[in-house]
Ligand binder design. Structure first.
Ligand code: HEC
Length: 133
């Protein structure tokens, strides 16, 4: 099975688990983190690093939750993003993953279209785990 399909099955299985298992158990969080890391690698990593020293096409995303938009030091943002003046709260990140061009028209990030709330929650779980060193 291609990895992408495997992830979809995992996501489906887990969305079932999410309704029955007590939320926030350590095992469940670990599974979410693993799934989120895989989704991040598949959908975001080619343009985004998670270490301050990473040089990628997109800005570094360590500590993105709670960070002001357009504020990664030394990154050449589009004027749309540098002037957006928002804070990357979790709901803002979910909206961005679903429709970045709709949230901040004129951004140079290509549309990624993560509209599945389970996938978005997995990626958020991963982003919560990457903090500046
Ligand atoms: C094809 C390359 C590409 C992919 C894939 C991509 N991004 Fe981006 N991303 C960018 C670029 C380029 C920017 C800067 C946009 C600008 O300046 O307008 C950006 C900006 C961002 C920002 C704003 C950062 C800040 O400092 O304000 C966030 C958050 C973000 N991306 C998250 C993601 C997530 C999460 C994914 C995966 C679901 C993803 N991106 C996939 C290229 C990409």
């Amino acid at each position: 099975m291609p990895p992408r399909m495997l992830l979809c099955c995992l996501a489906l299985a887990l969305s079932g688990v999410a309704q029955t298992a007590p939320a926030g158990t350590a095992a469940f969080e670990r599974i979410k983190l693993e799934a989120g890391a895989k989704l991040f690698d598949a959908d975001c990593r080619r343009c985004h690093g998670t270490e301050a020293t990473d040089k990628s096409y997109g800005p570094v995303l360590d500590g993105i939750i709670g960070r002001k938009s357009g504020s990664a030091p030394g990154y050449a943002y589009s004027s749309a993003l540098s002037e957006a003046g928002i804070v990357w709260t979790e709901p803002a990140l979910v909206a961005w993953m679903a429709d970045n061009q709709g949230l901040i028209p004129g951004t140079k990030m290509r549309h990624v279209g993560i509209t599945d709330p389970v996938e978005a929650e997995f990626i958020l779980t991963y982003l919560r785990s990457v903090q500046p060193k």
